[in-house]
Design a protein. Structure first.
Length: 258
């Protein structure tokens, strides 16, 4: 059964009687509620601090591992470069040694051919045996004199080499060059390699004349500007710094080949 709403009854039933100002209010009569907000706030702050510390430790660990990886990678790259350089130097020395052996074998073959020819002539011309014998003796004497001269020259070169070898090997390794004979005693052939990144085997060379105090350049491949060569010769003939000279010549070849 529905009841009729009476505003006067509702209001009078909910508010306290207006007896005096000291009468307690309904808010004072409500029970005290404790939701634990302070404890919850403290626990959340503690969790946030632990979480931030965990994130910071993880970030530091990742950064340290990343830096260590970079260091290890750089060391591996350096080891690879050093080994590659050692291989290249070994190949250059092997090529030089092979060329030296080939040249010595050719000279030995020429000497054997000459001796065989002389022997055939001696056997075929018995009537001129005495004359040939005298020629052979004279030839042998000349050979002995030449051998003695070569030995003396070799001793001189060996004494000079004791002073020049460390510096020469240093420039050969640094500039990737080798020094060969040019067919004459007073000329050297200086050959460079590893000039172009796209073709390490491509070579460039020039012939250096050493007959007088002042150096001379006779031939070069590829062809260089003669004025630039003369300028470099003026410098080396003045300061006598041969190492700096071959270094500057290498730069001229690199510029010309590029």
């Amino acid at each position: 059964m529905a009841s009729t709403f009476d505003p006067s009854v509702s209001v009078s039933g909910m508010r306290p009687p207006l007896a005096s100002a000291d009468a307690p209010s309904m808010a004072d009569q409500l029970p005290a509620l404790n939701f634990g907000f302070e404890d919850l706030r403290a626990r959340m702050a503690q969790f946030s601090a632990k979480f931030d510390a965990f994130i910071e430790r993880g970030r530091k660990q990742i950064l340290e591992e990343k830096n260590q990886f970079r260091v290890n990678l750089a060391e591996l790259q350096e080891d690879r470069n050093m080994k590659q350089k050692d291989i290249e130097i070994f190949n250059l020395k092997s090529q030089t040694h092979a060329q030296t052996l080939q040249k010595e074998a050719a000279e030995a073959a020429e000497m054997h051919e000459a001796i065989a020819a002389i022997s055939q002539q001696r056997d075929a011309r018995l009537t001129t045996r005495d004359r040939l014998k005298q020629q052979i003796e004279e030839t042998q004497k000349a050979i002995n004199q030449r051998l003695e001269a070569q030995k003396a020259h070799a001793r001189h070169l060996e004494a000079q080499a004791r002073l020049n070898v460390p510096e020469l090997e240093f420039w050969q390794d640094i500039l990737c060059l080798r020094i060969e004979g040019a067919g004459r005693d007073d000329r050297l052939k200086i050959v460079y390699s590893h000039l172009l990144e796209k073709d390490w085997e491509k070579e460039a060379w020039f012939e250096l004349g050493t007959a007088s105090r002042d150096y001379e350049v006779f031939h070069c491949r590829p062809k260089l500007d003669r004025a630039a060569i003369e300028q470099e010769l003026d410098i080396v003939n003045e300061d006598r710094d041969f190492g700096a000279f071959i270094k500057r010549m290498r730069k001229l070849f690199v510029a010309a080949m590029k």
